[in-house]
Design a protein around this ligand. Structure first.
Ligand code: WT7
Length: 650
């Protein structure tokens, strides 16, 4: 694919960026040839340690002996690195620019102010009995208190587990139970696109639905909209009442580098969501360093990542990376299309944003509305554009580059995952020529490789399963409470390697092109969804006998959710039932899991041993039924003809 258009690094960028090509090559070589020296130096330069580490890298991907430790004998505190150490030099500098859903509401929060808010809330958490090692669930809108709560947990050594505010009560309840969390921090309601999200009500329902509701001892509620909420006087507390009268001084807990910082649940190809555990030292070193090099973040820049703190992108690139670097980070409560589709442009102009980081699905949604969608907004502050969450198709890349970047901003396509903690494959803006659609080259310390289905390494250009051969500081350490599942999921498919679940192609220049998931995970608007989760929700509905879920190409979302449903005998297939099933999944999991298309399937294509042949279902959903491949193992080939004849038009 070297015939693709290449956007070389400009001379100005090569001269001014933290790394040009020569520097990248030199640092990359050192990072993989001499990781102890490289990461030791980086970790000392980037982060303040309480007790210095002596041991740098200590990792093994060997089956039966997977063990990942970085800087293990060092101690530090992440909140102190994000706040305290900046007070002397930048106490009055804005740490967070909060931009409300309502365009007339915003707030600038200085490092000193943030430090004080975190100190008070950290003391309030302690007063609630929260101790080092306890898990606190956050179910929050995008308001400053979300960042305050994260940092307050980090300050006292509590482990936060953020559940995206778009998840249903059931999904929340499962995550609270699985994490063993006895405290939930939420708000009365959230605001999104002019609507209100009943967060406290969802929390009440989540707790009521748990096997042991009494395990949740305390619910802390931020007053956000002032909307009505039900109240349990023994359990519920207003945030503002808890922090009133608390001291701003809260000593930062001395944490071991390998103590957990947070857990974050994500979908896998099977069963229930996994709580990926991230630890303290390696994570913060890597988050800070990637934020600096990938976005070429310089003192005084205003940086905006449009993600939600409910996803890993919000953890690493709204809160931890930017604040560890003493940066100014924009936190946006709203959506790209409210009050109208010019919103991104308006916010960029209003806050003079220099680096902008969003998802292809948002770019495609804007692109569809025409080249003047951003109105007359002044975008001249922009220096760099980033993309994350799914492959960015070249059309969207070009639009981003031409219309938002006016052809003058490097576009950095960042490939990574909840599990990786930080950006893994990316063209550094001063170092790597960009090819639209390719995440290009590995970040420092990252050793990607391609293997065939038998696990043989593919040399040179080719297609295969994307694996990572050796450890980097921010890789997840475990699945919370289930280390065996961690090893099984990521290190058993290809022995001795971390398996990403993605497929990729490597071109003649060594650039990586991510082709998408090769497992039963789909990526809807940059949100990861296990098809098994949607299927189990559907079969729990009384009308459904069997369901199979696959992704299909969707112009805005990247992938849409295509569902094949076999109804129970005697149930009539109606449009009302279709709507009811969509509503059922929305309530059960959350709006992000809503099926886009439901096809009634009298039967599903199965092998003689009864296994559903998803490959065939994917082809039909993608309108590629002329390429069904080998169907000789089907138990009943007629099933496929029916599905093809009745496929849903998009
Ligand atoms: C999956 C991880 C990393 C934060 C957001 C998603 C896909 C992510 C890219 C990209 C192609 C991408 C992969 C990956 N993905 N970024 N730049 N190009 N694909 O985190 O929910 O853990 O999902 O998102 O398929 O495995 P996540």
């Amino acid at each position: 694919m070297s015939d693709h258009k290449v956007y070389p690094v400009s001379a100005e960028w090569a001269a001014s960026a933290w790394a040009d090509e020569a520097k990248y090559n030199e640092m990359y070589a050192e990072s993989v040839n001499n990781p102890d020296k490289f990461w030791g130096e980086q970790a000392r330069a980037t982060i303040d340690w309480i007790k210095p580490f002596h041991q740098v890298k200590n990792t093994s991907f060997e089956p039966g002996n997977v063990s990942i430790k970085w800087f293990e004998d060092g101690t530090l505190n992440v909140a102190a690195n994000c706040l305290d150490r900046h007070l002397a030099t930048r106490g009055d500098q804005t740490a967070i620019i909060w931009e409300g859903d309502d365009p007339s509401s915003d707030e600038h929060i200085s490092y000193r102010d943030l430090y004080e808010r975190v100190g008070k809330f950290a003391n309030a958490l302690k007063a609630q009995g929260v101790k080092k090692g306890d898990v606190a669930t956050l179910y929050m809108p995008m308001i400053p208190e979300a960042a305050v709560a994260m940092l307050a947990c980090a300050r006292i050594g509590a482990v936060h587990s953020i559940v995206f505010g778009g998840f249903s009560p059931d999904a929340l309840g499962v995550r609270v139970e699985e994490s063993g969390s006895s405290i939930i921090i939420t708000s009365d309601e959230g605001r999104r696109g002019g609507r209100r999200v009943p967060l406290k009500k969802n929390v009440d329902a989540a707790i009521a639905g748990m096997d042991n509701p009494a395990s949740v001892k305390s619910v802390v509620v931020v007053k956000c909209t002032g909307g009505d909420v039900a109240w349990d006087t023994d359990r519920d507390h207003w945030y503002h009442e808890l922090v009133a009268g608390q001291s701003v001084d809260c000593p930062a807990e001395e944490m071991g580098a390998e103590d957990p910082l947070f857990i974050l649940y994500t979908s896998g190809s099977t069963g229930k969501p996994k709580g990926l555990e991230h630890t303290t030292g390696g994570y913060i070193v890597y988050a800070a360093m990637t934020h600096k090099y990938v976005f070429d973040y310089k003192d005084g820049d205003v940086y905006w990542c449009t993600a939600d703190v409910g996803w890993v992108t919000g953890h690493s690139y709204i809160v931890y990376g930017p604040l560890a670097n003493g940066g100014t980070t924009v936190m946006f409560e709203g959506v790209p299309t409210y009050p109208d589709a010019s919103r991104f442009g308006r916010v960029i102009e209003k806050h003079k944003v220099n680096q902008f980081y969003t998802a292809p699905t948002a770019i495609r949604a804007l692109m569809q509305k025409g080249d003047d969608v951003l109105g007359d907004s002044d975008l001249s502050s922009l220096k760099l554009l980033g993309s994350v969450g799914e492959p960015i198709n070249p059309e969207a890349w070009n639009w981003y580059n031409d219309i938002m970047g006016k052809g003058e901003c490097p576009v950095v396509d960042t490939w990574w995952q909840t599990e990786t903690g930080g950006i893994m494959i990316v063209p550094l803006p001063g170092a790597t020529a960009a090819k639209p659609g390719s995440a290009s080259r590995p970040f420092f310390g990252v050793q990607p490789a391609l293997v065939d289905n038998e696990g043989n390494l593919i040399e040179g250009s080719g297609d295969g399963n994307l694996v990572i051969l050796d450890g980097w500081p921010a890789i997840a350490r475990s699945c919370w409470g289930d280390p065996a599942r961690y090893e099984e999921t990521y290190f058993s498919t290809f022995k001795g390697m971390y398996f990403t679940g993605d497929g990729a192609r490597r071109d003649d220049d060594g650039y990586y092109w991510i082709t998408g998931r090769v497992d039963d995970v789909i990526n809807v608007s940059g949100h990861r969804m296990g098809t098994a989760e949607v299927e189990s929700s559907l079969v729990a509905h009384a009308a459904v006998a069997e369901a199979a879920v696959v992704g299909y190409p969707h112009a805005i979302k990247g992938q849409g959710i295509y569902v094949y449903v076999t109804l129970q005998a005697g149930v009539e297939a109606t449009d009302e039932l279709r709507k009811a099933l969509v509503g059922h999944v929305r309530t059960d999991i959350g709006p992000i899991a809503s099926p886009d298309l439901i096809q009634w399937a009298p039967g599903l294509p199965k092998t003689r041993s009864g296994k559903i042949m998803r490959r065939i279902l994917r082809k039909i959903a993608a309108n590629e039924h002329d390429q069904l491949g080998d169907t000789s193992t089907l138990a009943d080939p007629a099933v496929v003809d029916d599905l093809v004849a009745n496929r849903m038009n998009r």
